[in-house]
Design a protein around this ligand. Sequence first.
Ligand code: DTR
Ligand code: ZN
Ligand code: ZN
Length: 317
Amino acid sequence: MKLSVSGRATATAVVAAATLLATGSIAGAAPAPEPVAIAAAPDIPVTAVKAHLTQLQSIATANGGNRAHGRTGYRASLDYVKAKLDAAGFTTTIQQFTASGRVGYNLIADWPGGDTNQVVMAGSHLDSVSSGAGINDNGTGSAAVLEAALTVARTGYQPTKHLRFAWWGAEELGLVGSRYYVNSLSLANRARISGYLNFDMIGSPNPGYFVYDDDPAIEKTFKDYFAGIGVATEIETEGDGRSDHAPFKSAGVPVGGLFTGASRAKTAAQVTKWGGTAGQAFDRCYHSSCDTTANVNDTALNRNADALAHAVWTLSQ
Ligand code: DTR
Ligand code: ZN
Ligand code: ZN
């Protein structure tokens, strides 16, 4: 039954609800409303995510070994992601800024359709540090967000809310690109963002499964996904505010995200939960030259990419 703002349907529903409340019985009540079907997120193929990592590695190798802000490897990374999105039908925008005397770029991709007064955003930083290719940090987040966006297009997903994906520049210089984006939004456009999901390091080689302890609804969406596949999670504590969700949070936007750990060591208790090596960093190659395609745990990347898609699909309808 479709409820209308006025008229008989509403009146009937109110009477039925009152009957149910008063008697605890559904006898004589109108039929229950049709449940609204929620489209489940498709599986994100980890092979496709890894193919993007291979391309980002090649870009770094061809550009002095990194994809850092202000270097040719950053712009080549951005051009790679943008070409994929353009071909899939996204409306892409490059936002230019300056940091440390060099030009930087954010890439924003809007999926046409949905209510633009309710925008669900997912993003990741695309820059590496200058000492390496930045494949776990943050090729993994960038590639998973890219493949989720391409999956939206491939499946012709038309959610009720508007979807926007973002790749940030100059995160490694101190969240410069994401802060520039948030500051460039009018107050009205900030208020239209119903949630921002951040993915920074989601394939650490000795992984943990960390969920940001932030907006409760977003956090629950991620936790539900991991509970459903039988993977324990912990609250992320390695660096609150150390990634691109921070400017959104400061502006009052509900935020959440996933993380598989950086330079902190995995404890024995965590090894009991997740396997791996106790006393060793989640990512021994954090910010170093060994952060290559060899520095990724495929199981962690697969689970986090699927959790990302689950959140994007669940929160957008
Ligand atoms: N901002 C990251 C590393 C990092 C450290 N702690 C956290 C917590 C949550 C996300 C990311 C991080 C970097 O890019 O170096
Ligand atoms: Zn980093
Ligand atoms: Zn990072």
